[in-house]
Design a protein around this ligand. Structure first.
Ligand SMILES: *Cc1c(COP(=O)(O)O)cnc(C)c1O
Length: 357
């Protein structure tokens, strides 16, 4: 047990109706904070009413973007247990992102306990309707007021919570994806492996451009040769070709998704061959031409699985599985969500329950 002080709100907010939930626009009654000072380490772990921050305009986060974040969810089961999916993976990844961005590591036990304590306090905010959840956003920002380019000497680690609606209203829906030929998301040696704000700021222009043409996301290629497939939007990507599944290996410019890791494990459990390796875009297009590209999907915490119904590249559309959700995509989706919502057994101890009431 670590020492987290709790100041409860006196004004509980009105909770949105489960039917009216959107992604990331409403926040719960409380938030977690913990500060860091060079020489002192992390101190003052506390939960307080959700509120704006007061910050120095010279705080280094505003100027040099020294920050990392995480994203995971709390799920409500039928018997009203509140549970998390592999949260220790998110905490470990937070620290890998921290290391890349010269941010001091957070004690993993404290971070995990902070998540559990905050979710427990705001557990009534975990929505009930099927497919809904409570999104958990841990993040760290550099707070030192200093305009020199160097690592900040002070930081704040925070966690906020947002009730979110079902990603799919009427069953999983395949999306159209455009291959991105101009912009790149990340290069080896860059920050693509870290969940840090700049990666997302830098990729918005590509997303805006393809959205105008009716595509949901971009398919990112590698930054050196623009030949290899990396990710789809802010999801990892899988292809089923001639019965086997392939996904780009963690080359240094790819975000190591918790969903990705879980999908690979499930496929292995089912005896399906899965390869993590470099994937040429041309290999996927050739498989399509030969009728061997059976399914493609993105993976990430928000959508879990997002089937790709069409790829657009060089003025040509490549329709995948007749714009339908493939059987394997559906099986992975049903299994992962089943484990998350407690309707099917969790064979790998992925679930962490939040202190039962
Ligand atoms: C967060 C993220 C993912 C997915 O990671 P999960 O842990 O599965 O949610 C994939 N790619 C990018 C760029 C991301 O930011």
């Amino acid at each position: 047990m670590h020492n987290i002080s709790i100041t409860q709100t006196k004004n509980n907010k009105q909770k949105p109706k489960d039917e009216a939930l959107v992604f990331g626009r409403q926040f719960t009654d409380h938030m977690f904070l913990m500060d860091y000072k060079e020489g002192e380490g992390w101190y003052d772990a506390r939960i307080v009413p959700y509120q704006p921050l007061e910050m120095d305009p010279a705080a280094m986060i505003f100027h040099y973007g020294q920050t990392v974040f995480e994203g995971l969810k709390a799920y409500r089961t039928k018997d009203d247990t509140i549970q998390l999916f592999r949260p220790e993976e998110n905490v470990k990844r937070l620290n890998r992102s921290n290391a890349r961005m010269c941010i001091p590591e957070v004690d993993e036990d404290i971070a995990l306990e902070a998540i559990k304590t905050l979710v427990d306090l705001d557990r009534d905010w975990v929505p009930h309707k099927e497919g809904t959840s409570l999104y958990i956003r841990p993040f760290v920002i550099a707070t030192e007021p200093y305009l020199g380019v160097s690592a900040s000497k002070t930081y704040t680690f925070m966690i906020i919570l947002s009730p979110v609606g079902a990603y799919y209203d009427a069953g999983i829906d395949p999306v159209k994806i455009a291959v991105e030929n101009d912009y790149i998301r990340a290069v080896k040696g860059g920050t693509g492996e870290a969940k840090t704000a700049g990666n997302y700021a830098g990729s918005m222009i590509a997303q805006e451009n393809v959205a105008k043409k009716g595509y949901a996301q971009v398919l990112w290629l590698d930054g050196h040769e623009k030949k290899y497939i990396e990710e789809v939007g802010s999801m990892n990507v899988f292809f089923k070709i001639d019965g086997k599944v392939i996904t780009p290996h963690l080359s240094g410019s790819i975000l190591p998704g918790v969903t990705r890791k879980s999908v690979i494990q499930l496929l292995m459990d089912w005896g399906i061959e899965v390869q993590e390796r470099p994937i040429l875009l041309s290999e996927v297009l050739t498989a399509h031409a030969n009728g061997l590209l059976e399914e493609a999907f993105g993976s990430g915490t928000a959508a879990v699985i997002s089937p790709i119904g069409e790829l657009f590249y060089n003025e040509t559309s490549y329709v995948i599985n007749n714009h339908q959700t493939g059987a394997l995509s559906k099986r992975v989706y049903d299994t992962l969500t089943g484990i998350q919502y407690g309707t099917i057994v969790d064979p790998h101890d992925w679930i962490v329950k939040v202190n039962p009431k």
